[in-house]
Design a binder for this molecule. Structure first.
Ligand code: TYD
Length: 223
């Protein structure tokens, strides 16, 4: 799983890692949340569009989990069963950081919903891309504004980018607390260097955790 604040380069790094893994002979599935399935992408539109005004924090959390439950059923579980490595841009740590910390809903609610709705499915490895919150969020804002200007259908993905600096400060703290609680699963990657430097670090982390040759499972049920 790739986690981190908006604009830390998660999707670029995921693509680069997928290429390395494929080169080593693995079957790789690249996906993202919210989204990853047809239904999930519809949920994504509702959750991220700045036109969705007045969304209650609990409703926002429920949407993230609705997308995730569908994603697990339709994509992640079948992918793992077929022996693929599943790389996902965001998973439940995002909900814990953004809704749990950012929106003050608390970690416990998120973890409980994860147990009920996601069968407590845990990633084998989570790469937490850490960087300067202000720089990353500004980057994401610019990118999404460009994308929404070129979109003819009036959709955008700007709802979260409009949040305050203190919101993103809480999100980052939320992430760091997860990393501290689960050091065996979450590795913090310093994402302030060039994309090439960050990629190198990620390949080192992944190689030291897994044998890169030969297919194997990348997630397991904790229950
Ligand atoms: P993403 O497309 O990964 O944005 P970026 O590329 O800008 O990092 O994620 C979209 C937004 O959704 C992001 O602002 C974080 C938010 N989000 C949550 O608040 N909770 C969640 O559970 C997930 C998966 C995403």
């Amino acid at each position: 799983m790739f986690e981190g604040l908006d604009g830390t380069g998660k999707s670029t790094q995921m693509r680069k890692l997928a290429a390395v893994l494929r080169e080593a002979g693995h079957k790789v599935i690249e996906t993202r949340e919210p989204g990853g399935t047809v239904t999930g992408e519809k949920i994504r539109k509702v959750a991220l569009d700045s036109g969705t005004s007045g969304l209650a924090p609990l409703a926002e959390m429920a949407l993230m989990f609705a997308s995730r439950a569908q994603h697990i059923a339709e994509m992640i579980e079948p992918g793992l069963a077929a022996g693929a490595i599943v790389l996902c841009d965001r998973f439940t740590d995002s909900t814990e950081a953004y809704q749990g910390s950012g929106r003050h809903l608390g970690s416990e609610a998120v973890r409980e919903l994860h147990r009920v709705l996601c069968g407590d499915l845990q990633p084998d490895l989570t790469l937490l891309m850490d960087s300067n919150p202000r720089a990353s969020v500004n980057r994401a804002r610019r990118r999404n504004q460009r994308a929404s200007k070129s979109s003819s259908r009036g959709h955008d993905e700007n709802r979260f980018e409009q949040e305050t600096r203190s919101f993103f400060g809480r999100v980052r703290e939320g992430y760091l607390a997860i990393a501290k609680r689960e050091p065996g699963r979450v590795v913090i990657v310093d994402a302030r260097g060039t994309p090439g430097q960050t990629h190198q670090k990620i390949v080192e982390v992944v190689s030291s955790k897994f044998a890169l040759v030969g297919p194997s499972k990348r997630m397991h049920h904790a229950r």
